[in-house]
Design a protein around this ligand. Structure first.
Ligand SMILES: Cc1cc2nc3c(=O)[nH]c(=O)nc-3n(C[C@H](O)[C@H](O)[C@H](O)COP(=O)(O)OP(=O)(O)OC[C@H]3O[C@@H](n4cnc5c(N)ncnc54)[C@H](O)[C@@H]3O)c2cc1C
Length: 465
């Protein structure tokens, strides 16, 4: 394998089956895999320069394609690479006030982490509640309440319009405040723009490949119009290619923006290439992506949304629908305790769990995960499931440690695989990561891996006495 460091690809020359690098090298390919990822969105704000990346970008400027955005004003950052992470960390460590624009998963995680580190954080966002696209209203409200209690200032219903600056000693402008449409000024030391990401599609676009919210690839991850070029990860949008004569409306959806699906695509594609080289028949089709799992990781506020959680328990029209429709409607059961910061919603069709949301209900969540993965029917009395997080919980009564329950979603590693690895001598979280990759993605499952190992150690000690 040849690794080309510190260079970027500035153009794909499809007719020559080569890519040109920023150092002038021309690199030929038989197959080209685009894994250019995504970059942070820069919102339209007076005081912030945005780079328009579109078909008009001259290839001469393409050396900047792998870099982030135009330089942001002093005291303003996005969070995508290590330098940016270090900038945010330094501000938190210095006790600076962080203003986060955007209340998505990342914005909320940063604000909660900053307050947990005794920093000051304030989240400014459009709607009534945070994480609106990922969570249902109940989960959102409980999260907002818990965040306020954790010390985060939540500024909702606010459309940021411009920035206010003050001058540093060297005469350079530095962020001072965010000004909202209603005239409100939110002061701070560092402004973190957390307004989603956009796939890096320009290389593909410049090469004439079809692009929508991502680079359009079919179920084999092959570009719609060039079978030698593939795309995976945050830059790829998987959608069936239109047949000749089909309407050419671009497909809806987009890249998942999560580590796990991209890693699975990479594994699958590597296996396919190896099979091709070895002259073996086609490998199995790429498994449909596991339902999107959205996870917020913060001390004491554990939020997860899995599968389809859109059903509303108070929507009475589902009964009418049920009467006149062949397919059964989605039903939702919900339990909320804003005071305690706990929430669960389970969405079923014919009793089978198709999605759930929880806030701070870890044991119930493990049960739900297992039921979801097995496609099992929920007990008629759903409240039975809530008792796993009650004070009289008996670990043995639940399935928390069932072998087939997924512990690491990014790598799809089950409890059974972790126990097998522990039996083979990998008895620390780090060793489990090295052997199975569990915990090496988003890192949200490391505590659970620790629990599984602890239980394994206790069982081993008990059987030895
Ligand atoms: C702060 C943060 C927290 C996150 N937390 C989670 C989480 O908890 N769970 C989760 O599932 N996901 C999370 N994500 C998302 C996850 O990191 C991404 O889904 C994942 O990294 C996508 O991988 P990728 O390889 O497609 O793209 P990337 O990791 O973005 O890699 C793309 C690479 O391509 C390079 N590149 C681009 N253009 C060019 C070019 N022209 N020439 C050369 N190189 C180029 C870039 O420099 C970069 O190195 C998080 C992301 C961030 C930023």
């Amino acid at each position: 394998m040849h690794l080309h460091r510190s260079v970027s690809v500035s153009a794909i020359l499809r007719s020559r089956r080569a890519v040109s690098l920023s150092d002038g090298t021309l690199l030929p390919y038989d197959r080209l895999v685009l894994a250019t990822g995504a970059r942070a969105n820069i919102p339209t704000l007076d005081g912030v320069t945005r780079v328009r990346r579109d078909r008009q970008i001259p290839t001469a400027h393409a050396a900047t394609l792998d870099t982030s955005n135009a330089p942001l004003p002093r005291g303003v950052t996005v969070l995508r690479d290590l330098d940016e992470a270090e900038r945010v960390l330094a501000a938190v460590a210095a006790g600076k006030r962080i203003v986060v624009l955007g209340a998505g998963v990342l914005g909320m995680e940063i604000a909660l982490a900053a307050t947990a580190a005794r920093g000051e954080a304030c989240v400014v966002y459009h709607g009534e509640i945070p994480m609106a696209p990922n969570l249902d209203r109940g989960g959102d409200s409980v999260l907002a309440q818990s965040a306020r209690r954790a010390g985060v200032t939540m500024v909702n219903h606010s459309r940021a319009e411009s920035l206010l600056f003050h001058q540093d000693d060297d005469g350079v402008d530095r962020f001072d405040a965010l000004i909202c449409a209603d005239g409100k000024q939110v002061h701070g030391d560092l402004l973190l723009l957390s307004c989603g990401v956009g796939a890096r599609t320009e290389l593909a676009q410049l090469a004439g490949l079809p692009v929508s919210t991502g680079i359009l690839v079919d179920e084999n991850l092959q570009c719609w119009t060039d079978e030698r070029i593939y795309a995976i990860g945050d830059c790829a949008q998987v959608a069936a290619a239109p047949r000749v004569g089909d309407l050419t409306a671009l497909p809806a959806g987009g890249p998942s923006g999560l580590i796990g699906p991209g890693w699975r695509q990479a594994d699958w594609l590597a296996a396919r290439f190896i099979a091709e080289v070895l002259g073996r028949p086609e490998t199995a089709a790429l498994a449909a992506s596991v339902s999107a799992v959205v996870m917020l990781k913060a001390d004491g506020i554990d939020v997860v949304s899995v599968g389809n959680t859109s059903a509303d328990p108070w929507d009475l029209s589902v009964d009418d629908h049920a009467a006149g429709c062949a397919s059964s409607p989605l039903r939702a059961s919900q339990w909320a305790d804003r005071e305690a910061g706990r929430y669960v919603k389970m969405v079923t069709r014919d009793g089978i769990l198709g999605g759930f949301v929880y806030v701070e209900m870890p044991r119930t969540a493990v049960e739900l995960t297992l039921l979801f993965e097995r496609g099992s029917e929920l007990p008629f009395d759903r409240s039975v499931l809530l008792r796993y997080d009650g004070p009289d919980y008996e670990p043995e009564a639940g399935s928390a440690f069932a072998r087939d329950v997924t512990v690491c979603w990014c790598n799809e590693v089950t409890g059974g695989t972790i126990v097998d690895s522990a039996e083979a001598g990998s008895t620390t979280v780090a060793c489990i990561g090295a052997v199975t990759r569990a915990g090496t993605g988003c890192g949200g499952c490391t505590a659970r891996i620790g629990d599984v190992l602890e239980r394994f150690a206790a069982a081993t000690a008990a059987s030895a006495t």
